[in-house]
Design a protein around this ligand. Structure first.
Ligand code: IFM
Length: 451
């Protein structure tokens, strides 16, 4: 059986974060309000009323965080750019202080030998754009392309590859269908235009990036979908869920068409959102890479509620993270080989842009933070990744989620995903046992690759 040390020479090791989850300083440097500032301030919206106002204070402590990355020996760092720092109202003139922040970060990363991999949108839409309809409004896609142009004009000379969007599925479902993330709309299937407009924004931004000769990726949250049984009703339900979660976002990008959503009573125009030429724009000349965020598989049974054509079924007999998510490392191999079978030559090289787990880590009396469950999670998933690569799936890199414990959206600071423990009272950073494990793995892989 291949293992993580068998990953090919040149395989890129990284870690991921996102702006609202780590930066804090929401009223500094000319930043405008985002949908998350407004949502988190709503009573009851976020566990314990936590907000990202301070988060990990990365806006001030970034030199220390870059030193932590350097200590790991990372090849790459995936972070997101806060649109409201660049354009406080989502349109019009740029805020020079906002651009300067990321300019300094990019330079510091390069000096540390770390390639920056920015994500242009990780859910923190400028609130002013939400007030004109957010991603339900087609115009937001055009504003996104303008913002992209401002950012790539400034940073593109030093940043070779860009991720347009993070997890458009999760943003649509949690933010627009269920209302449990910002901007807090509970529109159920009427949320689908938010999927199309995000993808349109991707297509328009990708064209801007290509004009600058930059590589284009998108990061999707993907899950292998397993029917609860061989019963045709369970199998049909699993196909419907797969179309919604996975294919709604990868088919238009890789095949230039939307999947069949008739099980949801939805036509090919996604409720009237799709216009002539949109799908050509979304697919463009193809992606340079597909970012895959993987956490767990999904088990689906026939519907119990007449409103939806599926029901989620529990996955039994496996360990669970602190969040309660099932730990199924082989699901990553299953997902990657499944993508290769589904898309064949249309599948671009893959980068794992997120993978990790939450653990209830706290420092022991001697100050150390031992997180054997995280080490087991990462080791298992990296071995599954090596198995997929041995089955000829082209995977170029792995960015663990996350460098730091951070603001876990509606869970506030209640779920810790970091290799580095953050005390949210004092902002003291303590590398966990998993930090040393990941550092040693990167070094061992590199040594094996050169010998
Ligand atoms: O913290 C999130 C991240 O912002 C997007 N992907 C999943 C992570 C864990 O929930």
């Amino acid at each position: 059986m291949p293992n993580r040390l068998d990953l090919p020479a040149g395989f890129r090791w990284g870690a991921s974060t996102a702006a609202y989850q780590i930066e804090g300083a929401v009223e500094e440097g000319g930043r405008g309000p985002s949908v998350w500032d407004v949502f988190a301030a709503r009573p009851g919206a976020v566990r314990d009323g936590h907000t990202g106002a301070v988060a990990c204070d990365h806006y001030h402590r970034w030199p220390e965080d870059v030193a932590l990355m350097r200590g790991l020996g990372l090849d790459g760092y995936r972070f997101s750019i806060a649109w409201p720092r660049i354009q406080p109202t989502g349109a019009g003139p740029v805020n020079p202080e906002g651009l300067a922040f990321y300019d300094r970060l990019v330079d510091a990363l390069l000096t540390a030998g770390i390639t920056p991999l920015p994500t242009l949108f990780h859910w923190d839409l400028p609130q002013a754009l939400e007030e004109t309809g957010g991603w339900l409004d087609r115009d937001t896609a055009y504003r996104f392309a303008e913002y992209t142009s401002e950012v790539v004009d400034r940073l593109g000379d030093r940043v070779p590859a860009w991720i347009t969007l993070n997890e458009p599925f999760v943003h649509m479902v949690y933010g627009y269908a269920l209302g449990i993330h910002a901007p807090g709309h509970a529109l159920m299937l009427d949320a689908l235009p938010a999927a199309h407009h995000q993808l349109l924004g991707h297509g328009l931004a990708a064209a801007v990036l290509r004009e600058h000769g930059r590589e284009v990726l998108i990061a999707n949250n993907l899950t292998p979908v397993r029917p609860a049984s061989d019963d045709p009703a369970d199998v049909a339900a699993a196909e419907a869920y797969d179309a919604l979660h996975n294919r709604l976002f990868t088919d238009p990008l890789l095949l230039g068409r939307y999947p069949d959503l008739s099980a949801f009573g939805i036509g090919e125009d996604l409720g009237g959102a799709v216009r002539d030429g949109d799908l050509e724009l979304i697919a463009g000349p193809g992606l340079d890479g597909l970012g895959v965020n993987y956490y767990n598989p999904t088990r689906i049974a026939a519907p119990t509620d007449p409103g939806l054509p599926f029901a989620e079924a529990p996955i039994e007999g496996v360990p669970r993270t602190a969040f309660g998510w099932p730990v199924v490392p082989d699901g990553l191999r299953e997902l990657l080989t499944g993508l290769r079978s589904r898309y064949g030559a249309a599948l671009p090289p893959i980068t794992i842009t997120e993978n990790g787990c939450s653990v209830a880590d706290e420092p022991a009396s001697d100050g150390t933070v031992l997180d054997p469950d995280r080490i087991a999670y990462l080791a298992g998933h990296l071995d599954a990744l090596a198995a997929a690569v041995a089955e000829a799936v082209d995977v170029r890199g792995y960015y663990t989620w996350s460098l730091l414990d951070n603001y876990e959206w509606a869970e506030g600071f209640g779920q810790r995903f970091g290799l580095v423990h953050v005390d949210f009272e004092t902002q003291v950073r303590t590398p966990k046992a998993s930090y040393a494990w990941y550092r040693d793995l990167i070094a061992a892989h590199r040594e094996r690759s050169v010998s």
